[in-house]
Design a protein around this ligand. Structure first.
Ligand code: NMX
Ligand code: MLT
Length: 421
């Protein structure tokens, strides 16, 4: 049993007991009415899920285990995973053990590279990432444990093993597909003398050897890791995993949701917006030019990518964290200037239009301009970076839910006629 299993062992029975006692003592209590508007409006605001790993409030944004994300901008992805899944900051011994466990899986199995190489050259990078994870399903210890008759209360243990392997493998899959899809040359092997996850990811991408690029990859993986349980990707993995499908199935499915332009693909769309506005005017556009461009887009029925949010009603702290990175690392190119000008203009435009409940930027409004500045210019790859990070939170949520003994998800649907009645 690993040091992580030992740490989680006591928590599993506690979580199951808490769940059972809440059902026993408060099972009939109401959390509020479910309105017709909520049923027809994407279940917005309906408190229908439990998520222990993180929370998101309208006025502050993301907290991981109740710590504001702005206080976590210096940690590593390994520390993030430990905090998400256990609720505690990792000790040095725990971190060393986790890094050793991850390092065994940095090198991608050759059959995954073959799968990615066999995909048509115009496949979207997110389809490749999801397919790469799905190809690895044969490695699932969770499925093997289930097939061997392991009881439901014990399955979380093999889910921990799958999660460690999946989180450690996804950077290599993402890096391999970057190199294959964008003709960057051969797939790069992990570092021989460094078992740090984000250093290895930065290295295997082969974009830059710059220390600040490595720091950006680290920050990127921390900031996108989790955003409570109700977003499309987290909820997808929650639903799939509730059928006792293993983490490879659940994460692969979640990545398909992340690939939508209203969710994770917005980071790609933001860079496209920046490039389009620059090309249209032939120079770094002024705020007035951006305002006109934004209005034309809205009049054409398109959204402004990177703005608005289903929960947030302030600027996303993850946007602020990327802005702080740009300032402290002296990233001041044209795209970053345009991001700033969009920020000066678009909230006013959205307020004037009066539709979006939140006119402020989310994480996707900044992230792509930084990747671009360090030489990763293929913006249809950006959501893959998001996916590598989000796998950390998806797996953490799945492990905690399995420890808790969460049942299969099965809400009730109504026809419109039933609703009208
Ligand atoms: N640009 C234009 N219109 C918008 C925007 C925006 N950025 N945000 C919301 N609206 C519209 C929205 O389409 C809806 O219009 P309609 O009534 O015609 O359907 C109206 O405002 C009300 O929507 P809200 O209740 O404010 O937003 P909702 O909770 O439904 O959706 C998003 C949230 C994030 C999907 C929405 O704000 C959006 O489409 N933003 C742009 C895409 C984006 O940045 N997505 C990334 C989210 C973060 N992530 O990484 O996943
Ligand atoms: C996320 O990080 O998942 C996004 O901000 C979307 C959300 O929370 O709904």
């Amino acid at each position: 049993m690993s040091i992580l299993h030992e740490k989680l062992l006591a928590q599993a029975s506690e979580l199951r007991a808490k769940r059972a006692s809440l059902i026993k003592e408060h099972g009939e209590d109401s959390l509020g009415d479910v309105t017709v508007e909520a049923v027809l409006g994407g279940m917005r605001g309906v408190p229908a899920l439990v998520c222990e790993t993180s929370s998101v409030s309208a006025d502050e944004g993301l907290r991981i285990r109740n710590i504001p994300i702005m206080e976590l901008t210096n940690i590593t992805p390994e520390e993030t995973f430990w905090l998400l899944v256990t609720g505690d900051r990792a000790t040095q011994t725990e971190l060393t053990a986790l890094k050793e466990a991850f390092a065994k899986y940095y090198e991608v199995p050759s059959y995954v590279v073959d799968t990615l190489s066999a995909m048509p050259k115009d496949s979207h990078p997110m389809a490749m990432l999801s397919a790469g994870i799905l190809a690895m399903e044969r490695e699932s210890e969770f499925r093997k444990a289930y097939d061997a008759g392991t009881g439901k209360d014990e399955l979380w243990k093999s889910m921990v093993n799958d999660s460690v392997r999946l989180i450690a493998s996804i950077p290599g899959i993402a890096a391999a597909l970057y190199r294959i899809r964008f003709n960057k040359g051969s797939v790069i092997k992990p570092l021989a003398n460094d078992n740090d996850l984000s250093n290895n990811f930065a290295h295997m991408l082969g974009v830059s050897d710059d220390a600040s690029w490595k720091d950006l990859v680290r920050l990127y993986l921390v900031l996108h890791s989790d955003h409570e349980g109700g977003n499309v990707s987290a909820m997808t993995s929650y639903v799939v995993s509730s059928a006792l499908s293993d983490p490879y199935y659940s994460v692969s499915a979640a990545l398909c949701g992340l690939a939508g332009p209203l969710h994770g693909l917005a980071n790609q769309e933001c860079l496209r917006f920046i490039i389009e506005v620059k090309e249209k005017f032939g120079h770094v556009p002024s705020e007035d030019e951006i305002r006109d461009f934004a209005w034309n887009r809205l009049k054409g029925g398109q959204v402004i990518p990177g703005y608005g949010h289903a929960v947030l009603r302030v600027t996303d702290p993850r946007f602020t964290a990327f802005h702080a990175f740009a300032q402290s690392h002296g990233v001041t190119d044209d795209n970053v200037t345009i991001v700033q000008r969009i920020f000066n203009v678009v909230p006013g435009v959205l307020q004037e239009q009066g539709k979006a409940k939140n006119p402020w930027p989310n994480v996707d409004a900044y992230s792509g301009s930084l990747l671009y500045a360090y030489g990763m210019t293929e913006f249809d790859y950006y959501t893959v970076m998001f996916g590598v990070s989000r796998a950390i939170g998806l797996c953490s949520q799945m492990v905690v839910n399995r420890m808790m003994g969460s049942p299969i998800v099965r809400p009730k649907s109504l026809t419109l006629a039933e609703l009208a009645k």
